[in-house]
Design a protein around this ligand. Structure first.
Ligand SMILES: O=C1O[C@H](COP(=O)(O)O)[C@@H](O)[C@H](O)[C@H]1O
Length: 266
């Protein structure tokens, strides 16, 4: 790893020389969290995102992880999903199915995808209801300081505008405090209709990992992590602040190129 350190209040920073190195470190990190969670709770409740993240998780499908990870104990969710058919090229489910889930022995009934046959509003309501059932049985843990689900791991990507999941800059859903899953019909990035975990759910997770690569995202990484003043406090990625859980950033050198190195320690 090119650099690893802890930012004074934005979590752990893991900066990698290239994408290959990042993918190796990410697979190891996820495998370790899976092992710890299965040991402690008997299951691993993981929420994933779409976009470039899935390709960067690819090493989980290879040796040794394809054999050593206890895939049967994984319960998979989506931190955000586009409201399109599961066969559609824009579907985060399809991306994960093709790039990851079809290559490892996960249990099909543990794959918790959205209902793609209803409106965005209904899909969000259905998904929240579904998560609530799994919280009741503690397949998904519950926060000890709110009634929110406490996922063992939520994996996020970040857009060059600083969006995470489908929480976009200046969108009213950033203020949603009551719902666990909400919907938007006006996403600035296509497709417009999406469902997304809300900030309280993301910030209740035991672990949140944000994976960001490429020079086009360097400015947003700087705004999300460095001390940049009040103007940027509402950038969605900056609002990722787990209440009790751990936050880690997996960056490549290009994405990290505008970071102020003085704010983190080795
Ligand atoms: O639209 C989305 O974008 C983000 C970021 O995607 P990336 O390809 O720039 O990494 C992604 O995390 C999110 O799940 C997706 O719906």
């Amino acid at each position: 790893m090119a650099h690893s350190g802890v930012h004074k209040d934005r979590g752990e920073l893991r900066i990698h020389e290239n994408l290959d190195e990042l993918g190796t470190d990410l697979a190891e990190y996820i495998a370790e969290l899976s092992e710890a969670s299965v040991k402690e709770r008997g299951v691993f409740a993981i929420a994933i995102s779409g976009g470039s993240l899935i390709g960067l998780m690819g090493k989980l499908c290879e040796a040794p992880y394809n054999k050593t990870v206890d895939w049967a104990k994984w319960y998979i969710f989506w931190a955000d999903e586009r409201v399109v058919a599961k066969t559609h090229a824009d579907s985060n489910y399809k991306l994960a199915k093709d790039g990851l889930l079809s290559k490892v022995p996960v249990v099909p009934s543990h794959v918790n995808s959205i209902n793609d046959t209803v409106s965005a509003e209904e899909a969000a309501n259905d998904y929240e209801f579904h998560v609530r059932q799994l919280v009741k049985t503690r397949t998904v843990n519950v926060s000890d300081i709110s009634d929110c689900p406490k996922f063992d791991l939520i994996l996020l990507g970040m857009g060059s505008d600083g969006h995470v999941a489908s929480l976009f800059p200046n969108h009213p859903v950033l203020d949603e405090k009551d719902e666990w899953v909400t919907f938007i019909t006006d996403s600035p990035k296509s497709p417009p209709e999406r469902i997304t975990f809300t900030l309280p759910v993301i910030n209740s997770a035991s672990n949140v990992v944000v994976v960001v690569t490429g020079e086009s995202k360097a400015e947003a990484v700087h705004l999300a992590i460095d001390d940049v003043g009040a103007d940027c406090l509402s950038l969605p990625a900056r609002l990722i602040q787990p209440t009790k859980g751990k936050l880690a950033w997996f960056l490549d050198k290009l994405a990290a190129s505008k970071l102020d190195g003085s704010q983190f320690s080795e």
